[in-house]
Design a protein around this ligand. Structure first.
Ligand code: ADP
Length: 161
């Protein structure tokens, strides 16, 4: 059984993340989604809210995914779960340098865990959680960026704030 681990902030999950997950599930039998919990990182949504949105948006593949949280090294978590590969998404060249550094750091930490990268569909290549949050602050149309459930949560947050 091929097991992968997809780490990220998912603050919030977007169609870009979902595209990567669907591509990864064509290769991996099981994919752990690892929601990073970093108390120093200012997220719009707390850990439970981010998990709730992921669960909601991935109901159609719930038997192949499992959501975890982590405040430890990703490679440690991968090993503990029996995942052989870390899955990441690539958009533009700007992602490359960071991912290049992370992959090499992870290899130094654990030679047994490798990384694989999926290129997103063109229509999602400009999309990030940060952009989505900025559009939400200015009450822009988010329907092409994230599923309706997430769009509603973004609207609630920006009304509350
Ligand atoms: P992180 O803070 O770990 O980068 P993100 O949730 O922003 O967490 O991203 C997690 C992963 O998903 C990263 O590999 C990122 O490149 C990828 N990703 C995010 N948005 C997209 C997108 N629109 N297309 C492809 N990959 C994406």
């Amino acid at each position: 059984m091929k097991v992968g681990l997809y780490p990220g902030s998912f603050d919030p999950i977007t169609y870009g993340h979902i595209d990567i997950i669907k591509r990864a599930l064509k290769i991996f039998d099981k994919l752990y989604i690892l929601v990073s919990v970093n108390p120093r990182k200012n997220t719009m949504f707390d850990q439970d809210e981010r998990i709730d949105m992921i669960k909601h948006c991935l109901q159609s593949c719930q038997d192949k995914i499992e959501i975890h949280t982590s405040n430890t090294l990703t490679v440690k978590h991968a090993k503990a779960l029996g995942a052989t590969h870390i899955v990441r998404g690539l958009r533009a060249l700007t992602d490359f340098e960071y991912e290049f550094q992370m992959t090499h750091a992870n290899r130094v930490l654990d030679k047994g865990i490798d990384s694989v990268f999926f290129m997103t569909d063109n229509k999602y290549s400009f999309m990030s959680s940060t952009t989505v949050k900025e559009i939400a602050q200015f009450k822009g149309d988010l329907s092409t960026f994230a599923p309706p459930y997430v769009v509603d949560k973004l609207k609630q947050k920006t009304i509350d704030s």
